[in-house]
Design a protein around this ligand. Structure first.
Ligand code: ZN
Length: 149
């Protein structure tokens, strides 16, 4: 990056840290020629992802929604916050690695369930029961049996 003071083309990064907004990186740079220091901000490009809901309407993807779903499922369960965050991270990685512009909410539900299964059994059943909207107790018991086996 060019030095804004002397236009020298090479500057050194002396410090990098996430900016307060959480979506950019703040870098302190130093010019080898004039010795002056300046700050740059690098914005991470976010890919807009659209979620197709059950009724075919679309809405923008939000991490918060996944997070609150997982949190709700883990309510009063002995799951540490770090583990919940790590699970949401893995869920997001899976979602974004599909490199799709639109993703059905059902697909996201499957991915979340997959993660919850490894996180906490009760949380998994809770989520699955809401997500799949069990029509009868038998379906619910089938799910439960699968877990207990
Ligand atoms: Zn300079």
């Amino acid at each position: 990056m060019k030095c804004p003071y002397c236009n020298h083309p090479d500057t050194r990064v002396i410090d990098s840290r996430p900016a307060d907004d959480g979506c950019s990186i703040r870098r302190r740079r130093s010019c080898d020629v004039c010795g002056k220091r300046f700050t740059t901000y690098e914005k991470v490009e976010t890919i807009p992802l659209i979620v197709i809901k059950k009724d075919s309407t679309r809405e923008q993807y939000h991490r918060d929604k996944i997070e609150s779903g997982v949190l709700r499922a883990c309510y009063k369960r002995p799951v540490p916050t770090e583990k919940i965050q790590a699970a949401v991270d893995r869920i997001e990685t899976k979602i974004f690695s599909m490199e799709a512009k639109e993703i059905p909410s059902s697909k996201i539900g499957e991915i979340v369930m997959e993660e919850l299964k490894g996180l906490d059994e009760v949380a998994y059943v809770r989520f699955a029961s809401v997500y799949r909207e069990f029509k009868d107790v038998n379906t619910f018991m089938d799910e439960l049996k699968k877990i207990l086996e």
